[in-house]
Ligand binder design. Sequence first.
Ligand code: GLN
Length: 295
Amino acid sequence: MAEQPGTLLYYLKRSTEFLEKKEIPNPRVDAEWILSDLLNLPRIKLYSQFEMPLSQKEIDLYRERIVERSKRKPVAYITGKKGFHQFEYLVSEDVLIPRPETEELVDFLFKQKETLRTEFPDGFQIWDLCSGSGCIGLSLSQLLEPKAVVLSDISEEAIQQSKANAEKYQLTGIQFYVSNLDESLPNHLRFDIIVSNPPYIPDSEKKDIMPDVLDYEPHLALFVSDIIEFHRALFLSAKQRLKPGGWFLMETHPNYIHELESLAISLGFVSERRILDSSNKERFLFLKTEAKIGS
Ligand code: GLN
């Protein structure tokens, strides 16, 4: 039976067809996400509401948002939010949309909770370096009960966005700094754990990046002109700020991870190991600083 004109299912199908014609990769799923956000209904609930008529206002707004998606604007920027681990963060075009790989990085640390308790019996302080939306640091602050969490990013707008996310979860006591690496952090700050998902795509790979990313996400958060020189500065900042026996976990480019690991070792880090992501790519580097003799 054909769906009744004017119903939820009717608009869902028309929107899906439209996105399909525009060669959007997952047209039905995207059309559902956008509608579920607009109607403030969990996506799965749409299925029990197929016969519901949409109001003129809903139809107009839905059309507008579907047109945005047809121009490749990512769904997360249309809805203004993105699920991440067990949370959901607010995102604007000033910050990178949190990625599933980054969830894996957070989850890796979450699973180390007991080890962290043994290794840092007096508690630990975390620095999320290049924090963007704040997804890493704010999630860890909720999952690991750290003593303190510092977020820093070179972008003032990104820091504003991460503050909004901290407010959303009523997280008090987080410190925020607009800073190029550790340059604007107070001198005395030292950390037990540093986590980072810095920009790691060389400019030369821009041509291979899909338009959804290239035309909408902040290039500052994605690309670097010289991946080695950028990471030299990043490692030096991290090394300077990490206490003896501290952990440094970083997401990175699988094609450069060996070179970056060697660089980190040459700068005085100990490499604990490289960690695979769920597509079996070496995506994360787990570094430590040597513990103090006698401890
Ligand atoms: N830490 C943020 C994230 O993982 C931002 C990363 C970035 O801006 N490179 O999404």
